[in-house]
Ligand binder design. Structure first.
Ligand code: CO8
Length: 263
Protein backbone atom coordinates (compact mmCIF):
# COMPACT_ATOMS: atom_id res chain seq x y z
CA UNK A 1 0.00 0.00 0.00
CA UNK A 2 1.44 3.39 -0.96
CA UNK A 3 1.66 5.63 2.11
CA UNK A 4 1.65 8.66 -0.21
CA UNK A 5 -1.94 7.85 -1.11
CA UNK A 6 -3.22 9.16 2.23
CA UNK A 7 -3.42 12.72 3.53
CA UNK A 8 -5.63 12.45 6.61
CA UNK A 9 -4.53 9.12 8.04
CA UNK A 10 -1.12 7.71 8.97
CA UNK A 11 -0.34 4.01 8.61
CA UNK A 12 2.31 2.17 10.56
CA UNK A 13 3.23 -1.54 10.28
CA UNK A 14 4.95 -3.52 13.01
CA UNK A 15 5.04 -7.21 12.13
CA UNK A 16 1.46 -8.46 11.85
CA UNK A 17 -0.01 -5.30 13.43
CA UNK A 18 -1.07 -2.28 11.38
CA UNK A 19 -1.85 0.99 13.15
CA UNK A 20 -4.05 3.65 11.56
CA UNK A 21 -3.90 7.13 13.09
CA UNK A 22 -6.58 9.64 12.15
CA UNK A 23 -4.52 12.77 11.62
CA UNK A 24 -6.63 15.93 11.53
CA UNK A 25 -5.57 17.48 14.85
CA UNK A 26 -6.86 20.97 13.99
CA UNK A 27 -10.43 19.63 14.08
CA UNK A 28 -9.76 17.03 16.81
CA UNK A 29 -9.59 14.28 14.14
CA UNK A 30 -13.16 14.84 12.94
CA UNK A 31 -14.17 12.55 10.06
CA UNK A 32 -14.79 14.28 6.76
CA UNK A 33 -15.62 12.58 3.45
CA UNK A 34 -11.97 12.28 2.42
CA UNK A 35 -10.91 10.77 5.75
CA UNK A 36 -13.73 8.22 5.59
CA UNK A 37 -12.66 7.30 2.06
CA UNK A 38 -9.01 6.93 3.10
CA UNK A 39 -10.10 4.72 5.99
CA UNK A 40 -12.17 2.61 3.60
CA UNK A 41 -9.21 2.11 1.27
CA UNK A 42 -6.85 1.29 4.14
CA UNK A 43 -9.28 -1.29 5.56
CA UNK A 44 -9.72 -2.94 2.15
CA UNK A 45 -5.93 -3.20 1.84
CA UNK A 46 -5.64 -4.73 5.34
CA UNK A 47 -8.38 -7.22 4.52
CA UNK A 48 -6.49 -8.38 1.42
CA UNK A 49 -3.10 -8.55 3.18
CA UNK A 50 -2.67 -11.91 4.97
CA UNK A 51 0.38 -10.46 6.73
CA UNK A 52 -1.88 -8.08 8.67
CA UNK A 53 -3.26 -10.07 11.61
CA UNK A 54 -4.60 -7.23 13.77
CA UNK A 55 -5.29 -3.52 13.36
CA UNK A 56 -5.22 -0.61 15.81
CA UNK A 57 -7.18 2.60 15.14
CA UNK A 58 -6.30 5.72 17.14
CA UNK A 59 -6.28 9.52 16.86
CA UNK A 60 -3.31 11.87 16.59
CA UNK A 61 -2.33 13.91 19.64
CA UNK A 62 -3.39 13.32 23.22
CA UNK A 63 -6.70 15.17 23.21
CA UNK A 64 -8.95 13.39 20.79
CA UNK A 65 -9.61 9.98 19.26
CA UNK A 66 -12.28 11.29 16.85
CA UNK A 67 -14.53 14.23 17.80
CA UNK A 68 -17.26 13.02 15.43
CA UNK A 69 -18.24 13.66 11.86
CA UNK A 70 -16.89 16.96 10.52
CA UNK A 71 -19.55 19.50 11.52
CA UNK A 72 -18.42 21.85 8.71
CA UNK A 73 -19.70 19.26 6.21
CA UNK A 74 -22.82 18.42 8.26
CA UNK A 75 -23.87 22.08 8.49
CA UNK A 76 -24.42 22.39 4.73
CA UNK A 77 -25.86 18.95 4.11
CA UNK A 78 -28.96 18.41 1.96
CA UNK A 79 -31.44 15.58 2.73
CA UNK A 80 -30.17 13.36 -0.09
CA UNK A 81 -26.56 14.32 0.60
CA UNK A 82 -27.06 13.53 4.29
CA UNK A 83 -28.47 10.11 3.50
CA UNK A 84 -25.59 9.34 1.13
CA UNK A 85 -23.08 10.57 3.72
CA UNK A 86 -24.63 8.39 6.44
CA UNK A 87 -24.62 5.34 4.17
CA UNK A 88 -20.97 5.90 3.18
CA UNK A 89 -20.02 6.10 6.84
CA UNK A 90 -22.07 3.01 7.67
CA UNK A 91 -20.30 1.12 4.88
CA UNK A 92 -16.84 2.01 6.25
CA UNK A 93 -17.83 1.01 9.80
CA UNK A 94 -19.30 -2.27 8.49
CA UNK A 95 -15.95 -2.95 6.82
CA UNK A 96 -14.16 -2.38 10.13
CA UNK A 97 -16.64 -4.55 12.03
CA UNK A 98 -16.37 -7.41 9.53
CA UNK A 99 -12.71 -7.07 8.55
CA UNK A 100 -12.16 -10.68 9.56
CA UNK A 101 -9.28 -9.72 11.86
CA UNK A 102 -9.39 -8.01 15.24
CA UNK A 103 -9.52 -4.21 15.11
CA UNK A 104 -8.69 -2.44 18.38
CA UNK A 105 -9.81 1.14 19.02
CA UNK A 106 -7.15 2.83 21.15
CA UNK A 107 -9.29 5.69 22.48
CA UNK A 108 -6.84 8.44 23.35
CA UNK A 109 -9.31 11.26 24.10
CA UNK A 110 -12.69 12.43 22.81
CA UNK A 111 -14.68 9.67 21.09
CA UNK A 112 -17.84 11.59 20.31
CA UNK A 113 -20.63 11.09 17.78
CA UNK A 114 -19.11 9.39 14.72
CA UNK A 115 -15.96 8.78 16.80
CA UNK A 116 -17.87 6.75 19.37
CA UNK A 117 -19.69 5.01 16.52
CA UNK A 118 -16.39 4.09 14.86
CA UNK A 119 -15.00 2.80 18.15
CA UNK A 120 -18.11 0.61 18.57
CA UNK A 121 -17.56 -0.91 15.12
CA UNK A 122 -14.10 -2.03 16.25
CA UNK A 123 -13.72 -5.53 17.69
CA UNK A 124 -12.34 -4.30 21.04
CA UNK A 125 -11.95 -0.91 22.73
CA UNK A 126 -9.10 0.15 25.02
CA UNK A 127 -9.50 3.64 26.49
CA UNK A 128 -7.13 6.06 28.18
CA UNK A 129 -8.30 7.11 31.67
CA UNK A 130 -8.68 10.61 30.23
CA UNK A 131 -10.97 9.59 27.35
CA UNK A 132 -14.50 10.97 27.04
CA UNK A 133 -17.18 9.14 25.11
CA UNK A 134 -20.67 10.04 24.02
CA UNK A 135 -23.26 10.56 21.32
CA UNK A 136 -23.85 14.33 21.42
CA UNK A 137 -25.72 14.51 18.09
CA UNK A 138 -28.95 15.54 19.80
CA UNK A 139 -27.23 18.78 20.86
CA UNK A 140 -26.74 19.56 17.15
CA UNK A 141 -30.38 18.79 16.35
CA UNK A 142 -29.44 15.56 14.57
CA UNK A 143 -29.21 11.86 15.35
CA UNK A 144 -26.30 9.41 14.92
CA UNK A 145 -25.93 8.36 11.28
CA UNK A 146 -23.17 5.75 11.34
CA UNK A 147 -25.44 3.16 13.01
CA UNK A 148 -24.76 4.47 16.53
CA UNK A 149 -28.38 4.02 17.59
CA UNK A 150 -28.06 0.34 16.66
CA UNK A 151 -24.55 -0.56 17.84
CA UNK A 152 -24.88 1.33 21.13
CA UNK A 153 -28.14 -0.39 22.08
CA UNK A 154 -26.71 -3.80 21.11
CA UNK A 155 -23.48 -3.18 23.02
CA UNK A 156 -24.78 -1.69 26.30
CA UNK A 157 -28.53 -2.38 26.21
CA UNK A 158 -31.54 -0.34 25.15
CA UNK A 159 -32.13 1.62 28.35
CA UNK A 160 -28.55 2.76 28.80
CA UNK A 161 -28.21 3.55 25.10
CA UNK A 162 -31.36 5.67 25.11
CA UNK A 163 -30.04 7.63 28.10
CA UNK A 164 -26.74 8.43 26.37
CA UNK A 165 -28.45 9.19 23.04
CA UNK A 166 -31.15 11.43 24.51
CA UNK A 167 -28.97 13.36 26.99
CA UNK A 168 -26.01 13.70 24.61
CA UNK A 169 -23.83 13.59 27.74
CA UNK A 170 -20.11 12.85 27.61
CA UNK A 171 -19.10 10.04 29.94
CA UNK A 172 -15.71 9.21 31.45
CA UNK A 173 -13.66 6.17 30.50
CA UNK A 174 -14.44 4.66 33.92
CA UNK A 175 -18.18 5.04 33.33
CA UNK A 176 -17.79 3.62 29.79
CA UNK A 177 -16.06 0.58 31.31
CA UNK A 178 -18.88 0.17 33.84
CA UNK A 179 -21.45 0.27 31.02
CA UNK A 180 -19.51 -2.20 28.85
CA UNK A 181 -18.88 0.44 26.19
CA UNK A 182 -15.11 -0.16 26.44
CA UNK A 183 -13.22 -3.36 27.28
CA UNK A 184 -10.29 -1.88 29.22
CA UNK A 185 -9.17 1.43 30.72
CA UNK A 186 -5.47 2.20 31.18
CA UNK A 187 -3.38 5.24 32.16
CA UNK A 188 -3.06 7.60 29.17
CA UNK A 189 0.73 7.17 29.00
CA UNK A 190 0.30 3.41 28.64
CA UNK A 191 -2.53 3.41 26.09
CA UNK A 192 -0.54 2.68 22.94
CA UNK A 193 1.77 0.14 24.57
CA UNK A 194 -1.27 -1.71 26.00
CA UNK A 195 -3.09 -1.59 22.66
CA UNK A 196 0.02 -2.87 20.85
CA UNK A 197 0.53 -5.63 23.42
CA UNK A 198 -3.06 -6.77 22.96
CA UNK A 199 -2.86 -6.50 19.15
CA UNK A 200 0.38 -8.53 19.01
CA UNK A 201 -1.14 -11.17 21.31
CA UNK A 202 -4.21 -11.44 19.07
CA UNK A 203 -1.97 -11.52 15.97
CA UNK A 204 -0.41 -14.80 17.18
CA UNK A 205 -3.81 -16.55 17.31
CA UNK A 206 -5.12 -18.77 14.52
CA UNK A 207 -6.26 -16.28 11.83
CA UNK A 208 -9.02 -18.41 10.33
CA UNK A 209 -10.45 -19.20 13.77
CA UNK A 210 -10.33 -15.46 14.61
CA UNK A 211 -12.18 -14.64 11.39
CA UNK A 212 -14.86 -17.24 12.06
CA UNK A 213 -15.32 -16.12 15.67
CA UNK A 214 -15.88 -12.52 14.53
CA UNK A 215 -18.23 -13.77 11.80
CA UNK A 216 -20.15 -16.10 14.13
CA UNK A 217 -20.69 -13.33 16.69
CA UNK A 218 -21.48 -10.51 14.25
CA UNK A 219 -23.69 -12.42 11.84
CA UNK A 220 -25.07 -14.74 14.48
CA UNK A 221 -26.44 -11.77 16.43
CA UNK A 222 -28.56 -10.83 13.38
CA UNK A 223 -30.12 -14.32 13.18
CA UNK A 224 -32.72 -16.27 15.12
CA UNK A 225 -30.88 -18.41 17.73
CA UNK A 226 -31.34 -21.81 15.99
CA UNK A 227 -30.01 -20.36 12.69
CA UNK A 228 -27.07 -18.79 14.51
CA UNK A 229 -26.27 -22.15 16.10
CA UNK A 230 -26.42 -23.83 12.69
CA UNK A 231 -24.12 -21.11 11.27
CA UNK A 232 -21.66 -21.65 14.15
CA UNK A 233 -21.70 -25.41 13.55
CA UNK A 234 -21.01 -24.91 9.83
CA UNK A 235 -18.05 -22.62 10.62
CA UNK A 236 -16.86 -25.22 13.14
CA UNK A 237 -16.94 -27.82 10.39
CA UNK A 238 -14.99 -25.52 8.07
CA UNK A 239 -12.34 -24.67 10.66
CA UNK A 240 -11.90 -28.40 11.23
CA UNK A 241 -10.46 -28.64 7.70
CA UNK A 242 -7.57 -26.23 8.40
CA UNK A 243 -3.87 -26.92 8.91
CA UNK A 244 -4.13 -24.57 11.89
CA UNK A 245 -6.63 -26.92 13.57
CA UNK A 246 -4.18 -29.83 13.15
CA UNK A 247 -1.28 -27.65 14.35
CA UNK A 248 -3.20 -26.29 17.38
CA UNK A 249 -4.39 -29.67 18.60
CA UNK A 250 -1.02 -31.37 17.88
CA UNK A 251 0.86 -28.59 19.70
CA UNK A 252 -1.36 -29.06 22.76
CA UNK A 253 -0.78 -32.82 22.81
CA UNK A 254 2.98 -32.39 22.23
CA UNK A 255 3.13 -29.72 24.98
CA UNK A 256 4.60 -27.03 22.71
CA UNK A 257 3.51 -23.60 21.48
CA UNK A 258 1.40 -23.68 18.31
CA UNK A 259 2.66 -21.90 15.17
CA UNK A 260 -0.42 -20.84 13.21
CA UNK A 261 -0.06 -20.12 9.50
CA UNK A 262 -3.59 -19.06 8.58
CA UNK A 263 -4.06 -22.12 6.36
N1 CO8 B 1 -16.21 18.80 13.39
C1 CO8 B 1 -15.51 19.86 12.96
N2 CO8 B 1 -14.67 20.57 13.77
C2 CO8 B 1 -14.56 20.18 15.04
C3 CO8 B 1 -15.26 19.07 15.55
C4 CO8 B 1 -16.11 18.36 14.66
N3 CO8 B 1 -16.80 17.27 15.04
N4 CO8 B 1 -14.93 18.94 16.86
C5 CO8 B 1 -14.07 19.92 17.14
N5 CO8 B 1 -13.82 20.68 16.06
C6 CO8 B 1 -12.93 21.83 15.93
C7 CO8 B 1 -13.50 23.05 16.65
O1 CO8 B 1 -14.43 23.73 15.83
C8 CO8 B 1 -12.23 23.85 16.90
O2 CO8 B 1 -11.87 24.51 15.71
P1 CO8 B 1 -11.24 26.03 15.80
O3 CO8 B 1 -9.93 25.84 16.53
O4 CO8 B 1 -11.08 26.40 14.36
O5 CO8 B 1 -12.22 26.84 16.57
C9 CO8 B 1 -11.17 22.76 17.14
O6 CO8 B 1 -11.72 21.55 16.61
C10 CO8 B 1 -10.90 22.55 18.63
O7 CO8 B 1 -12.16 22.30 19.26
P2 CO8 B 1 -12.67 23.16 20.54
O8 CO8 B 1 -12.07 24.52 20.54
O9 CO8 B 1 -14.17 23.05 20.55
O10 CO8 B 1 -12.01 22.30 21.71
P3 CO8 B 1 -12.56 22.16 23.21
O11 CO8 B 1 -11.47 21.49 23.97
O12 CO8 B 1 -13.09 23.44 23.71
O13 CO8 B 1 -13.82 21.14 23.09
C11 CO8 B 1 -14.98 19.20 22.29
C12 CO8 B 1 -13.62 19.83 22.66
C13 CO8 B 1 -15.83 19.02 23.55
C14 CO8 B 1 -14.69 17.83 21.66
C15 CO8 B 1 -15.71 20.12 21.28
O14 CO8 B 1 -14.82 20.43 20.20
C16 CO8 B 1 -16.93 19.52 20.69
O15 CO8 B 1 -17.97 19.49 21.32
N6 CO8 B 1 -16.86 19.04 19.41
C17 CO8 B 1 -17.98 18.52 18.70
C18 CO8 B 1 -18.37 17.13 19.20
C19 CO8 B 1 -19.62 16.64 18.49
O16 CO8 B 1 -20.67 17.21 18.58
N7 CO8 B 1 -19.46 15.53 17.76
C20 CO8 B 1 -20.54 14.92 17.03
C21 CO8 B 1 -20.60 15.44 15.63
S1 CO8 B 1 -22.02 14.85 14.75
C22 CO8 B 1 -21.62 13.27 14.32
O17 CO8 B 1 -20.57 12.77 14.61
C23 CO8 B 1 -22.65 12.52 13.57
C24 CO8 B 1 -22.08 11.27 12.92
C25 CO8 B 1 -23.03 10.68 11.91
C26 CO8 B 1 -23.17 11.59 10.72
C27 CO8 B 1 -23.98 10.91 9.69
C28 CO8 B 1 -23.77 11.54 8.33
C29 CO8 B 1 -24.83 12.49 7.93
Amino acid sequence: MSLDAFHNILIDRDGGVATVTINRPKVLNALDTQTLDELRRAMLAFRRDDGVRAVIVTGSGDKSFIAGADINELSVQTPTGGRDHAMRGQHVLDLIENLGKPVIAAINGYALGGGCELAMACTLRVAAETAKLGQPEINLGIIPGYAGTQRLSRLIGRGRALELLLTGDQISAAEALRLGLVNRVVPAAELMSEARKLAHALATKAPIAARYIIDAVNRGLQMPFPDAQAFEATLFGLVSTTDDMREGTAAFLEKRKAEFKGK
